[in-house]
Design a binder for this molecule. Structure first.
Ligand SMILES: CC(C)(COP(=O)(O)OP(=O)(O)OC[C@H]1O[C@@H](n2cnc3c(N)ncnc32)[C@H](O)[C@@H]1OP(=O)(O)O)[C@@H](O)C(=O)NCCC(=O)NCCSC(=O)C[C@H](O)C(=O)O
Ligand SMILES: [Mg+2]
Length: 284
């Protein structure tokens, strides 16, 4: 499945050093897994985690879940060896942390052929260069790193994420302009279901494909928030039916629920139904 067609409602981080979590992930209904070698892994465990993860991915069956490996940056002592460990591995993407420019992407591309690259968008310079990063020929997805971003911006965490909205939207604009995936940042309070739901709904309203998660308890909420709702599916079906009828009558516009429906709305309606089909196919 191509990145653009694949659902990314729930994208779960798993520390590459945690064997139990690596095992548990095989049973979780997530669309994608980020196997993390960066911030979730302590310095003393970096090398062991890389070895454990590389071996695990050779044999473990993660089913239809997209497998994404987050490496350490090339400016660290581990980055280049992390990349080397996954050359030829059966993974969907390498996720590069703290990307600031297209040159940062190219530096990883030079070390590993073919595999798609994703970027952590989490620095001020990354925000300002979002379009050139998204436009890199190997780039297929953005992940918002809202913890690092808050640290760099020196902003406060607020329930409405107002201090981050410009950054979130800059990345979304760049991702949509280049047709790549865009996944929202994590919600740190993993026991706060109501807060997570509010933030998922905000991310979905903005246009993100899904949310990155840190705990299994967050999966169901993200899956629901980022899937088309029953009302959205029903509306999409009725819009398509009404528009086809209007077209057959030689009209270019239909009316559904008192609102006009034009060809552009049909594009969205068809995308909604395609997403439903992609989710069904992923869930088997
Ligand atoms: C947050 C945690 C440290 C909590 O761990 P723990 O106390 O072990 O949780 P539980 O006891 O409730 O766990 C219950 C079972 O679930 C498994 N588990 C827990 N977390 C995960 C996970 N992420 N993936 C898979 N499985 C998980 C436990 O093993 C238990 O299993 P079992 O015993 O079999 O029942 C922990 O959740 C955790 O480490 N989460 C990941 C943290 C992480 O990855 N952080 C880095 C990414 S966030 C980031 O860096 C974003 C970005 O860069 C930015 O800047 O914003
Ligand atoms: Mg980060």
């Amino acid at each position: 499945m191509q990145s653009s067609a694949r659902p990314y409602r729930s994208v779960l981080y798993i520390p590459g050093s945690k064997e139990r979590a690596l095992e548990k992930a095989k049973t979780l209904p997530v669309d994608a897994i980020i196997f993390d070698l960066e911030d979730a892994v302590a310095v003393d465990e970096k090398v062991n985690a890389r070895g454990l993860l590389a071996e695990t991915l050779k044999t473990a069956d993660y089913g239809p879940r997209a497998r994404i490996v987050r490496i350490n940056g090339l400016d660290t002592e581990w980055g280049a060896d992390d990349v080397a460990a996954f050359v030829g591995a059966d993974i969907e993407a390498i996720l590069i942390p703290k990307v600031g420019s297209a040159a940062d992407v190219q530096a990883v591309a030079d070390l590993i052929p073919d595999v798609p690259l994703w970027a952590m968008m989490e620095t001020p310079i990354g925000m300002l260069n979002a379009l050139e990063i998204a436009a890199h020929p190997r780039m297929e997805g953005f992940v918002m790193g809202t913890n690092d971003l808050a640290k760099e911006l020196k902003c406060r965490f607020r329930a409405d994420r107002l201090p981050m909205v410009t950054s979130l939207q800059l990345c979304l604009l760049a991702a949509r302009a280049e047709g790549i995936a865009a996944v929202d940042g994590v919600y740190n309070a993993f026991k706060d279901e109501e807060g997570l739901k509010v933030e998922c709904d905000q991310g979905r309203d903005m246009g993100f494909d899904g949310k990155t998660l840190i705990h299994p308890a967050q999966v169901a909420i993200a899956n629901e928030a980022f899937a088309p709702s029953a009302a959205e599916i029903d509306l999409a079906e009725r819009q398509i039916e009404a528009f086809e009828k209007a077209e057959a009558e030689g009209l270019g516009v239909a009316v559904v629920d008192g609102k006009i429906v034009e060809n552009l709305h049909i594009v969205t309606a068809k995308e909604t139904l395609a997403k439903v089909a992609a989710i069904k196919s992923l869930e088997g």
